[in-house]
Design a protein around this ligand. Structure first.
Ligand code: ZN
Length: 65
């Protein structure tokens, strides 16, 4: 599984979208708007899917502990 990651425009911290996807599905939703709460600066940022960086991630860091 891979996850879509954005960058906080304020702090430049990586911001995990929690969107687990793959390259094929990602291509279909490039224009989809995404709102993400940013723990780094405490605000909600709006992106579109194409602004995100698509990284391989098998650790599921967003899974509830
Ligand atoms: Zn932020």
């Amino acid at each position: 599984m891979s996850v879509l990651v954005f960058t906080c425009p304020k702090t430049k911290e990586p911001l995990r979208s929690g969107i687990d996807t793959d390259a094929q599905s990602l291509a279909l939703v490039r224009q989809l708007p995404v709102s993400i709460f940013c723990p780094a600066c405490g605000r909600v940022h709006r992106f579109t899917v194409k602004d995100g960086e698509f990284i391989a991630d098998t650790n599921h860091p967003l899974a509830p502990r």
